[in-house]
Design a protein around this ligand. Structure first.
Ligand code: BGC
Length: 795
């Protein structure tokens, strides 16, 4: 975890543009102002071997374009990358499928003093700090460097991916010769050598355009515009069509006098417009009129709105507070509510791991955050699945089933892009079976659709898209399950969430989620028939639903094998799981590598070692379906057997343990999950942030510690605060209403406000139900056992 060494932040001399509000609000000016350290991530010094994980964490992104936090001048270990959501290209390497395309690195800059480039790797560092201002979405860097001649140069960098104007990227560097006068040059580079795509470029005055086309035919245009402010500027520009663009500006710098270079970049692709270069050029002309500071102020205002809608506050645990801010920063950076043809990859737009592919991570780990804080973003992500429904139908058909089987790994078209093989840590090529066997994703998508619908009551979405997805996924299960001589439906040869065990029969998670999916599809038909009798014939015709189908879904659900044992309250994770070897995980406390690598693949498969929350995930998702004794028994059984070999695991364990009332254990799991990126605890943060974990952190706190659940007419809260959390508060959206929840530990108290919207119900724990009206505050005090009665007052 990074902790700021002190409370001061950079001093950035932003000059006032006409019409712009003071930029000092985001970037405190001289003297350095103290700001709340829980709003910033600070990386001080320079440790080259950590560079790549730092780049992931310091990504600036806006759901449309993401830029890793590589140092502008780069080092030998830098791994810069710029990604555009939804733009994939063929990977022609053996086993390759589709990769998220890398764009030219628009942040690349060189600063030369008397012709010699400044580098962290030569001369000496007087001071070096990178600061990610989570509140305003600004990456700052302050660097004071002494070169081999003893000249000290001060540099302040700043970088933004505008949240107000998603096509716009901004960079600024202020350069001050501290103890000398001399020639300084700045070279801004846009290299077009990435991902084997040919890029062409041309320069015009202070601006330039670079255009590339992927093998799959997507055109990308990046317009750039630079401006240097200094008294003694001699400008010169140069470009080479092969190597991209290099724009060099040189000036005679006087000791102590700063110069500032601003660069704006506008990106368009043929996914949004027929003529990306024209759109980028036009957009740049409009944008360059306003000046960088004005753009940053609008960007910061867009961030403020996101924090109002989704910021979680924790008092008493500073690390947890910062981890939550970090999570919410990346969750908001990952999504573009304007693009329903792209979704969020396993590392969002922050790194190349998993090649930008979309997994169940999006629906199960990320969607709840958007559904409850930014419903239009959730809708967009679900529409991506709707637009890929045909590909899911095709996949089901290919494997011999009906309905829709979604791709385990999805890119732009929804076709399955799971690789066939991967190289294992021991160098052997291992066959990947998830693409053909990990089927629970269809039920996961159905789950997200249903949860979105319950939380938002977005009927238009449900009638146009949601119902189709619920029904087509249920149809898949109706044929995927087979009735066997024991009179039960079985789902054989699958992989559940626990990927250490392949080709298993009747994985409890898969089967119970399938059962749930079948029931909800039948409910959907009942609801359509009774509430929308005019729409039902259209949907029924569109999906060719036969009269007996809905009843057959219920029958299949009733007879689905679940692996549940009434005696013990346990679900058997899959048939035969209880007969496998028990390995004592406590014997492997600090593991340098994942447990399956230590034990070997064969032994792991024959053991009860579980990769990640599997039955525990079922508890998290279908809490209402089972009594707490069932959750308790399964958590007690599976938790000690879970190796957390996937980053997805600890956050769900935090959620479930909080719901079971074990709030301190929940806090431990919460911190384990937070450390995956912030302390690189799995050793793979260089590949990008683990966005599902970050969504899991939000869920652990809101659904676990806050205990939020849905009821038909409102929300339930059931607080479970860890012993060092004094207070927890968060906003939520529910069916067009804005609600805020605040929970206090000592004195034990909960406060709920309905800020806007029609009356709704709030329930505390198992009892205390209250109808809330807008602009009223409802407070409830804790009593020795349980809670008192709600007290109402005007806000
Ligand atoms: C996990 C999957 C996950 C994928 C992408 C795998 O290691 O087992 O559940 O979907 O990573 O995050």
């Amino acid at each position: 975890m990074w902790i700021p060494r002190d409370n001061s932040i950079l001093s950035v001399p932003l000059q006032e543009e006409e019409g712009a509000k003071s930029a000092a609000l985001l970037l405190p000016v001289n003297p350095p102002l103290a700001i709340d350290p829980s709003w910033v991530l600070v990386e001080a010094g320079f440790e080259p071997q950590r560079e790549r994980e730092i780049e992931s964490i310091l990504t600036v992104a806006n759901g449309y374009v993401g830029t890793r936090g590589a140092l502008a001048e780069r080092t030998s270990l830098s791994s810069p990358a710029v990604f555009l959501a939804g733009v994939f290209d063929a990977n022609e390497a053996p086993g390759g499928t589709l990769d998220l395309v890398k764009l030219p690195d628009w942040t690349h800059l060189r600063v030369l003093v008397e012709g010699t480039p400044l580098s962290l790797e030569t001369g000496s560092i007087v001071e070096h700090r990178r600061i990610l201002d989570l509140q305003h979405g600004v990456l700052c860097r302050s660097w004071r460097h002494r070169d081999q001649e003893g000249r000290v140069t001060g540099l302040i960098f700043l970088r933004v991916a505008s949240l107000h104007d998603r096509h716009l990227l901004l960079q600024s560097v202020t350069i001050t010769p501290e103890n000398y006068s001399g020639m300084i040059s700045i070279e801004s580079v846009m290299e077009g050598t990435q991902a084997g795509i040919p890029w062409s470029s041309n320069v015009e005055g202070d601006g330039a355009m670079i255009v590339g086309r992927t093998r799959r035919g997507t055109t990308i245009a990046m317009a750039t515009h630079g401006k240097l402010r200094h008294e003694n500027v001699q400008e010169s520009s140069g470009s080479s069509p092969i190597e991209g663009l290099t724009d060099r500006r040189t000036w005679q710098a006087r000791r102590g006098e700063p110069a500032r270079f601003d660069r704006s970049v506008v990106v368009y692709s043929s996914r949004e417009t027929g003529d990306p270069p024209a759109a980028a050029g036009e957009h740049m002309r409009r944008a360059s009129g306003a000046g960088l500071d004005a753009h940053i102020v609008r960007h910061a205002e867009a961030w403020e709105a996101r924090w109002r809608a989704g910021g979680v506050e924790v008092a008493g645990d500073e690390m947890a507070q910062r981890a939550l801010r970090f999570a919410v920063y990346h969750l908001n950076s990952a999504v573009n509510p304007k693009d329903e043809y792209a979704s969020i990859g396993a590392r969002a737009l922050t790194g190349s791991a998993y090649k930008g592919h979309v997994f169940w991570d999006t629906e199960i780990y990320l969607l709840p955050f958007y559904t409850f804080t930014d419903p239009s973003a959730a809708r967009t992500l679900l529409l991506y699945r709707f637009h890929t429904l045909q590909a899911a139908r095709d996949k089901a058909r290919r494997l011999g089933y009906q309905g829709a089987l979604y791709a385990w790994e999805s890119a732009d078209t929804g076709e399955d892009v799971t690789p066939d093989t991967v190289i294992a840590p021991d160098g052997r090529a291992v066959q990947v079976l998830t693409g053909v066997q990990e089927h629970h994703i269809s039920a996961d998508i159905a789950y997200a659709v249903w949860q979105y619908w319950q939380a938002t009551a977005d009927e238009a979405f449900f009638l146009e898209a949601g119902a189709d997805m619920l029904i087509e996924t249920a149809r898949f299960w109706a044929t995927r399950g087979r009735l066997e001589p024991d009179g039960r439906y079985h789902i054989r040869t699958v992989i559940g969430p626990d990927e250490y065990h392949e080709s298993v029969d009747d994985n409890a998670y898969t089967n119970v989620m399938a059962q749930w999916n079948l029931e909800r599809a039948a409910d959907t038909v009942d609801w359509l028939r009774s509430r929308h009798p005019e729409v039902w014939p259209i949907i029924s015709e569109r999906l060719q639903i036969t009269p007996d189908e809905p009843a057959s879904w219920r029958r299949t659900a009733e007879r689905m094998t679940t692996g549940f044992d009434r005696e013990t309250n346990l679900f058997e994770q899959f048939t035969g799981f209880f007969d496998l070897e028990d390995v004592d995980l406590a014997a492997y406390p600090a593991r340098p590598v994942p447990l399956d690598v230590i034990l070997g693949r064969d032994r792991t498969q024959k053991s009860k070692v579980v990769k990640q929350a599997d039955v525990v995930a079922l508890s998290a998702l279908l809490w209402e379906r089972f009594p707490s004794a069932v959750h308790e028994a399964n958590f007690r059984y599976y938790e000690p057997r879970t190796a957390h070999g996937s980053s997805l695991s600890p956050a769900l364990h935090a959620l479930v343990s909080a719901r079971l009332g074990e709030a301190d254990l929940a806090a431990r799991y919460f911190h384990d999950a937070a450390a995956i990126d912030l302390s690189n605890h799995m050793g793979n943060a260089a590949g990008g942030v683990h966005i599902a974990t970050l969504g899991g952190l939000w869920q652990a706190v809101v659904f676990g510690m806050g205990g939020v659940r849905l009821r038909d007419d409102g929300l339930v809260i059931h607080p479970n605060l860890p012993s060092n959390w004094d207070r927890l508060s968060f906003p939520l959206q529910w069916r067009g209403r804005s609600v805020t929840v605040a929970i206090n530990r000592e004195p034990k108290q909960a406060t709920v406000e309905l800020r806007t919207g029609d009356p709704m119900t709030i329930q505390l724990g198992q009892g205390s139900i209250q109808v809330m009206t807008s602009n009223h505050r409802y407070v409830i005090q804790g009593e020795r056992s349980g809670w008192g009665a709600w007290k109402e007052s005007k806000r």
